[in-house]
Every structure is written in C-alpha cells, then in structure tokens.
Design a protein. Structure first.
Lengths: 365, 423
C-alpha cells in the first residue's frame, strides 16, 4: 500500500494553484492572442467556468467513493481490464504533460537566458531536481509549494505592478477580439488549462475527504483563474494583439520592458525565479501523478524503485522534440485542445458508468 | 534536517539553470552602448558600434579613436556587412572581446536609410534578437549614423551608457523630442492603429552659432522652431536630439521641429512638461515665459458614423508663469485670462496645423486609430475599416483648456522705473 502522507487544505490549494498557473509564463498568451486577439483575459474565465463544471464531475465521483483515488474508482467502475486501460491513458497523459512542460522550459530558457546551454544540460538539471523532490514524496512537494507560494506570488505581482508604465488600455480594443464565437469556442476548448486540478482526485486519499477536495478544487481553480486572467490582461495591456502573438514569452518580455531609470530596470531576474520555481513544482507534481498512477495500475507497492526509471524516460523523451515550434504548436496545442478529454471527460464517463452500475455510496441513498 | 539540506541543494541546482553553462567573465565582453546603421558601400549595411574601453580614467579623456583601436574611455568600430548578425561576427573577428548587446542604449539609423524605407528590413531582425533589449531607444540621425557615433562623447561624467539614458529621458522635461523605444517603434511599424515616429538626432556643426554680426532685434522666435542640427549653439558637445521623424509604414516621410513635436506629444498624451516663450499680448516686442504641463491624458472621441470620421480632441494644460519681461501685472485676475486665451489660441492653431500636415502626409502619428477601434466589436471589422487610410479625410475638432495655476514666487508685478536723466 502506497502512502502519500496527509496535508491540509492550504497545501492542496497551493499545489493546485502553482501547477495550473505556471503555464501562463510560456507561449500561452501569444497563442491565445493569435486565436482570439486581446480577449484572453476574459476568455480564460470561460475556461475556468467550464473547468469548474468538469471538476464537479470529479467531485461527484469522489463523493461516491470516499477514501478512494480516481484510479481505484476506474477499476471499480469499469472492472480491472478496462480500468487498467483508462488508468494507463490518464497516466501516460500526465507523463506527456510533464514532457511538454520540461521541453517547453528548456526551449524558453535557451531562447531568453541560456542560449549556449545544450538541451541535455538544462533538461538534465531539471530532471535531477524532479527526481530529488519525487524521492521526498508528495507531502514534501505540497509543503514546498506552500513555502514557495509567497515569494513566487510576491515576485509575480511585483513584476506586474512595475509593468504599469507600459500598460495601455487602448490595446484591449476591439473588445471582442476575433469574434465572440471564437472566444466562446476557445474558452470552452481550453478549459484543459485548469485540468491539472485532477491531481486532487489522483491523490484523493491525502486530502482528507471529498468535502475538503471540493473546497480545494473550487478555490484552486478560482485563484488560478484570477492569476491567469491577470497575467493575460497585463500582457494585452503591454502588447497590442498583433505584437503579442509574435512574442515567444510575452510575460518574460513584459518584465524586460520595465525601465524606471538606472536603478529599477532589468527586473526579469525576479521573473526568472518565479518562472523556473513554479515550473519545477508544477512539472514534479504532474510527474509524480504519473508515477502514482503507474504504481497503482501495476500494483507496485513502493514508488522509489521506479522513480529513477521514470526520470530516465522523462529525460530521454523530453530531448526528442524537433524544435521549439514543435513544442508550442505541437505538444502544447494537443494538450490545450484535447486535454479536457482525459482530465474531465474520463471522470464524467466514469461517473455515468458508476451511476448506471449503481456503484458507490449513493446507491444506498 | 536531511530534508532541509536536500531542499537547499535542490534550490541551488534550480538557480543554476539561470546561467552556469553560459557563464562568461565580465571582462571577456565588450559592451556595445550605441549601434549605428547606414547604407553600406562595400556591402548592404554599414554597421557602427560604440563601446566603453574600460580603461583607467574612463571617459574623462573624452577623445574618441577611430576603428577598434581606442585608447580612451570609449571607442567605435564600423564595418560593411550583409546583415547585422554577420556584421557582429565579422567585428568579433577583429576585436579582442566578444561583443555583447545587452547594454545597448540606442539604435541610430541614418535619415537616408529611413527615407529609403529600409528601416523595417533592419528592425524586424533586431527585434527578434534577444540580446538587444526592446527598451533601448531609436533615433533617426540627420547625415550618417557613423558620424553621429563618432561625435558622441560623454561630456559629463565618465559613462557613455548613463549619458544616453539621461539624454533619452530628457524628452520628459522638454518635450522637444519623443521618447521612442525599440518596442514602441517596432509595434507602430506593424500597427493598424497609426504610424510610427522616432526621435531625430544630428551632429551640430555649430555653424548656426554666429560669432559676430548684427544683434538680434525684437523679432519673436519660440525657440522650438529649429530642426535637429540647427540649434544656434556652441560648446564641446556636438550631438543633439531634437524633433521627430514621421513615418508612413517603414518610410520616413517628413520631420517635425521642436514646437511641432511638443504638440504631437500633447496629443499622444506623452508631453509632461516644457517651457514656452510667448509674445506678451500687450507688448509684443517682449516675451512671457511659461512652464507648461499637461494635467491629464487627452480625451479623444472618434465618430465613424459618416463617410469621413470625426475626431474630437480635448485636453487640459496647466502652467506657471516663469517670467514677465514687460512687468505688466498679469497676476491680476482681470489680465490673467488674456494670457490664457492667447496661449490657448497658439496651441490650438499649432495642433490644427500639425494634424493638417500629418493628414497631407497620410500618417496618423497621433494614434487616433486606438480610439477609433473602440467603435468596433471585432478586429476583423476594424482592420477592414482600415483606419490608416481614413485618417486623411478625418474632420478634427480641437478643444484646449488652458489655465495658469501659479504665478511663480511673485503675486504682483511692479513696474521697473524708467531711467531719469539718461539719454
């Protein structure tokens, strides 16, 4: 039996929050600007609303099976064979997210910070860190996320506040970007941005019951939506839509434009810290989810022996991307466009299955 | 405790992601401060760079050496190259340090290049280049960019970079040239909201400063009617930044003098403060000096219902009286409106003339298009309206609200007594 340890609501919220928010520091604002103009800041609220709906399915599922994680529920709902297949799909998808995130970080670091560093070096260090934190376990990851959330938030807000000098509200017009239909479509489609909330279901046993998970999920998604919306708003205020869609990392570029004279400039060093740390925690949590699912699916009682193997897989697969465009328009686009299927639709199908098959606590109600 | 140590090691590892493999000793680099671009002769572009030589005594010596063999606080190097990036590599082959552009403060283009519509061709690759910060400043220089860089010597202090930073921000105190960064310039080149501008710079040959001749009479000049390179001044510093280069697309179509630039900045909401000289309404042979500030961002409304758009522009200026040569008691509430009306009229007329000039050039450098966009729901609708082509026919209504708020350290002017018994 694998024990992940127990932790409180705050840790869970911080974990969810960082995991979801970290992606906004990469190409997402640029891709959104390409799709819907400067309306990303409110389109993401649509995504968050859809994600809350998706999370409600997850919650209803967990409520029927107290003290069980989603992978166990798959087995109960569909039987061992189909449950195994569905768990594998979810597990592989979590690995794919980690690979995409690691490759994306490496690509972006090479563009902006370390152009001479080879991918094997950047990804290598990153994977070593993921390995170390994975050894320490979920409880340590959660506590670290709570510890780091304050400096990360402070750094992030400082950058956005200092960026005020470059904000222009006229950039937000025309107010409906490339059209309301596109905003609605992409808003719904990209609900997968908040899909990492599924970690609450994967590690449900550590979160002290469905009632707490409900709270953690709702707060986690809402806070993430607020931060993502604020980030996208600031990007749109700084860059008009036709420039924002050109920039590899609008958030980083925003920080480089801050210039209050000789003493307050080049503050991207703060942003860099926020960028790497949040991505590190985010990638580790998702990677740890993959391992947790893997261990349960293959009935492996202890994670530690497989961490090193999983890290080698992560490392090698992360090195396999062709170029940064294949990451942004390939990996990341797949995750954004189809991510809702494993993260929200699978739990919905499972919920329908358990309702039809009258499984779980509520069948006696 | 073990966990804490592991965490610390972990954080150290992560922080190393910010450099490590890319590490380079600071004194292995040559920090380029200014980049000049001209049309080349041996190849397409002539690239000139200026850099501090980091020698003891720095810029105190203030002499500049040609080529890359500088022996003073700063030096320059020029090369003809097919592209900016190849030019860097070519220069790297002849310089003892690796060129680093992360501290580049200004990018200077020659007027010839700008008028030939070649800036776009050059700016686009530079904007992609991560080393050059988009907060660096863009100037169009009268004459050759190389000459401008050659003449650029730190007059005060020792650092070139500080000189440029202070110079670029001087616009905020005078309004005689715009503060345009690479980001602004690049954005506006691609903008459907308006057209781009750049600060004009020049080497002043100091010939406008007449050493001898008839003393100036009572004719009035605002002080802002000059173009870059024409200021009647002398001194050791030969370079000056003054006025604005106007673009239509990536082609420079005209330029503005100091006064016109101030009006431009007022409309764009970028004018902060400037000292104006106006004729005394009661005694036109003498002047009144005002310290003028814009008190809030301009209100711009654009009506697109008719075939030709209508632009309603309203803004408020505040001023302090700096001097009244005539000693007429303008502090008197009955006379103060006379000053206010006169100045208001001057500004309104100046603004109307400037807008007309830009309409004739078909270039909306005021960015009225940003406000026009508020009339549209979608980007497609707005882009198909094509603001930049409609601006030419727009009807403009200007309303300037001007108030003198303070009268300096005096609240009354008492006349100077006429000389008695002196012919």
């Amino acid at each position: 039996m694998i024990k992940e340890g127990k932790f409180g609501v705050q840790e869970a919220i911080c974990l969810t929050w960082i995991t979801i928010v970290s992606k906004v520091f990469f190409s997402s604002p640029a891709v959104l600007a390409r799709l819907i103009g400067s309306t990303g800041w409110y389109a993401t609220l649509i995504s968050a609303a859809v994600a809350l709906l998706g999370f409600s399915f997850i919650y209803l599922l967990l409520k029927r099976f107290p003290d069980k994680g989603i992978v166990e529920i798959f087995d109960i709902a569909f039987g061992r064979v189909i449950g195994f297949i569905i768990s594998c799909i979810l597990g592989l998808y979590m690995l794919f997210i980690t690979v995409a995130r690691t490759s994306e970080l490496s690509g972006f670091l090479r563009v902006y910070v370390a152009p001479q560093s080879p991918n094997w070096f950047i990804i290598g260090i990153f994977v070593v860190c993921i390995y170390t934190l994975s050894i320490l376990g979920l409880e340590s990851i959660a506590r670290l996320s709570k510890l780091l959330i304050y400096p990360l938030l402070l750094g992030f807000l400082t950058v956005l506040l200092l960026g005020v000098q470059n904000y222009d509200f006229n950039n937000l017009f025309p107010a409906f970007g490339y059209g309301l239909d596109k905003i609605a479509y992409n808003g719904i489609l990209r609900s997968s941005v908040y899909g990492e909330v599924i970690i609450l279901a994967i590690f449900a046993k550590s979160f002290q019951g469905a009632r707490f998970i409900k709270k953690e999920g709702i707060i986690g998604i809402s806070l993430s939506a607020a931060i993502i919306s604020l980030s996208l708003l600031c990007c749109s205020l700084t860059f008009p839509y036709y420039i924002e869609q050109e920039i590899t990392s609008p958030m980083y570029e925003l920080s480089t434009l801050i210039d209050y004279g000789r003493f307050v400039q080049r503050v991207e060093a703060i942003f860099l810290y926020v960028w790497i740390m949040s991505n590190f925690i985010s990638a580790t949590v998702v990677f740890y989810s993959f391992m947790s699912i893997f261990c349960y699916t293959f009935r492996i009682p202890d994670k530690k022996p497989i961490i090193i193997g999983s890290c080698i897989i992560l490392y090698t697969v992360s090195l396999m991307h062709k170029n940064i465009i294949s990451i942004i328009l390939g990996y990341i686009s797949i995750i954004r466009n189809f991510g809702s299927l494993p993260l929200f639709v699978l739990p919905l199908i499972t919920l329908i299955a358990v309702m039809i098959r009258k499984k779980g606590e509520n069948t006696n109600a | 405790m073990r966990k804490v140590i592991i965490m610390l090691i972990l954080c150290t590892f992560l922080l190393s992601l910010t450099s490590c493999f890319d590490s380079i000793e600071m004194d292995d680099l040559l920090y380029v401060i200014a980049i000049g671009v001209d049309k080349g002769i041996s190849d397409k572009w002539r690239l000139t760079i200026q850099f501090p030589t980091m020698q003891e005594g720095g810029g105190q010596m203030q002499s500049v050496s040609g080529g890359s063999s500088g022996s003073s606080g700063h030096s320059y190097a020029s090369i003809d190259a097919p592209s900016f990036f190849t030019g860097i590599d070519m220069l790297n082959a002849s310089l003892p340090r690796k060129l680093d552009f992360t501290h580049a403060q200004i990018i200077v283009f020659s007027e010839e290049l700008a008028e030939g519509g070649l800036i776009g061709e050059y700016i686009a690759p530079i904007a992609r280049f991560g080393d050059i910060r988009r907060s660096s400043h863009v100037f169009v220089v009268k004459g050759k960019a190389m000459d401008f860089i050659k003449e650029n010597k730190p007059l005060i202090g020792t650092t070139l970079s500080k000189n440029f930073q202070v110079l670029a921000h001087a616009s905020e105190n005078t309004g005689f040239f715009p503060h345009v960064t690479l980001e602004n310039f690049y954005e506006d080149l691609k903008s459907p909201y308006g057209q781009t501008i750049a600060a004009m710079a020049s080497v002043n040959d100091l010939k406008s400063f007449a050493g001898e001749g008839e003393p100036w009479g009572t004719e009035f000049k605002t002080g802002g009617s000059y173009f870059a390179g024409q200021l009647p001044r002398t001194g050791k510093n030969k370079i000056e930044v003054w006025g604005t280069a106007l673009f239509n697309g990536d082609k420079m179509v005209d330029k503005l003098n100091g006064d016109e630039t101030r009006f431009l900045l007022m409309i764009r909401g970028e004018f902060r403060q400037g000292r104006y000289t106006m004729k005394d309404p009661k005694r036109p042979e003498v002047i009144i000096a005002l310290d003028v500030r814009i008190s809030k961002k301009p209100e711009i409304e654009i009506d697109i219902k008719d075939e030709n758009p209508e632009i309603r522009l309203k803004f408020q200026l505040d001023a302090d009286i700096l001097s009244v040569q005539s000693m007429i008691d303008y502090e008197n509430p009955e006379l103060l409106p006379l000053l206010e009306e006169n100045f208001k009229k001057t500004v309104e007329e100046g603004i109307m003339a400037l807008i007309k000039k830009c309409q004739d050039l078909n270039t909306d450098v005021f960015y009225f298009g940003e406000n026009a966009a508020k009339n549209f729901f979608t980007i497609d609708e707005y882009e198909s309206y094509n603001w930049n082509s409609r601006f030419k026919e727009a009807r403009v209504i200007v309303d300037v609200d001007f108030a003198i708020r303070r009268t300096g350290t005096q609240i009354k002017s008492y006349p100077i007594k006429d000389p008695i018994g002196v012919e």
